[in-house]
Design a protein around this ligand. Sequence first.
Ligand code: G3P
Length: 215
Amino acid sequence: MRLFLDTANIDDIRRGAAMGLVDGVTTNPTLVAKEGVEYRDRVLEICEAVNGPISAECISTTADALVEEARRIASWHPNVIVKVALTEQGLQAIRRLSAEGITINTTLVFSANQALLAAKAGAAYVSPFVGRLDDAGEDGMQVVRESVQIFETYHLPTQVLAASIRSARSVTQAALAGSHVATVPPNIFFQMIQHPLTDVGIERFLADAAKYTPV
Ligand code: G3P
């Protein structure tokens, strides 16, 4: 499973990229607004830091406007992929943009039926929002599982990108569900490295290693 960072914070992105384990980055208007920077400038900085798909989101609401906006965003950098929200107008735009060869990540996906429609429209990725579904008392990971199964059954090339991840456990669950990608907030990404028994083990090895001459 590929791992993307779900953030617009450039320091966290550079820290993750230094490990060589960040396969891409997803941003959205909320994440960029938090940073107090211009959207295009930040996306270009991210493209310098990570060599992989970098999602930038459209905010238009009609198909024509979405197509225009997505073309502009896609022209920023060859690695930029365009996020379009799952609406009727969005699906029309996804169909047109995908036919032009623009790579689309369908965002705000909350059901397997929405994922199927986005896949049929030609989206490269669908992003089920796992955490927001869980917040609403539903089973977010079920949408990931069902979408993966549908795409496999019908040999659809669309990839499932598990989004709105709120815990390290959800990353494991996304991997077990067969999600092609999980986009993970930096705090959870770095938490995945940690286990208290690893720390205890290192302390014990270091203490014992002090009992002989270092190699
Ligand atoms: O990038 C979109 C998604 O991951 C947002 O997550 O935490 O705002 O539900 P969240």
